[in-house]
Ligand binder design. Structure first.
Ligand SMILES: C[S@@+](CC[C@H](N)C(=O)[O-])C[C@H]1O[C@@H](n2cnc3c(N)ncnc32)[C@H](O)[C@@H]1O
Length: 195
């Protein structure tokens, strides 16, 4: 497995359990920032009626392609390039956009581009699922998230854990309303929006 992520390995089953409850059986999932593809591989293998479209920016594509070709299942489509610095999204028919651990890695402008792209590309009543850590009223949910934020900013001062209120306001501006905010293990949240 290229770019194996221990965190993705630990959280993939918790995420699966939520998606099994929340996704329609015919979900056509567009994933943004698939990374190693561990979530795509696990969830698609366990939910055989859904179609999963992984995407990545160009530098991450070779590793993602290798992992999907080594371990993929028939309901995972070949990965497509999608870089949030471009407004150009691949032409896909999707009723669920899924993005895990991306919002705190990218800068605010790219975060806005992500939500704007979802608003444009998601079908009516489709779901937008955003997994990762958030702050509430400016406060971290735990000390370890505060430390994680400091670490992130040491790598890229424009990255960092986003405010829940900033994300939900942005989503509202693009026609997406919050359906659920689920607390997940390891100080993460699963935000679920509907168009
Ligand atoms: C922390 S990793 C998360 C990977 C995977 N979703 C997971 O949860 O294990 C963040 C991902 O965001 C992607 N990313 C960073 N900047 C991006 C951009 N401008 N457009 C699209 N993806 C980007 C990275 O390539 C990386 O795969």
């Amino acid at each position: 497995m290229q770019r194996f992520s221990e965190a993705a390995e630990n959280n993939k089953n918790h995420i699966l359990l939520v998606l099994q409850e929340r996704l329609p059986p015919n979900a056509r999932v567009l994933e943004i920032g698939s990374g190693s593809g561990q979530h795509a591989l696990h969830i698609a293998a366990e939910m055989k009626s859904i179609i999963w479209q992984p995407t990545e920016r160009s530098e991450g594509m070779p590793d993602l392609e290798k992992n999907l070709s080594d371990y993929g299942s028939p309901n995972i489509l070949g990965p497509l390039q999608l870089d949030l610095s471009s407004e150009q999204w691949p032409d896909t028919d999707t009723n669920c956009v899924y993005s895990a651990n991306v919002m705190h890695i990218i800068n605010e402008k790219l975060g806005e581009s992500l939500v704007r792209g979802v608003g444009k590309n998601l079908s009516e009543e489709g779901l937008f699922i955003l997994y990762g850590p958030y702050k509430y009223s400016g406060d971290f949910t735990t000390q370890s998230n505060a430390e994680f934020d400091t670490w992130l900013k040491g790598r890229d001062p424009n990255s960092g854990i986003r405010d829940f209120e900033w994300v939900t306001d942005l989503a509202n501006q693009h026609g997406l309303s919050l359906q659920a905010d689920l607390s997940m293990p390891a100080n993460n949240q699963m935000l679920i929006f509907q168009k």
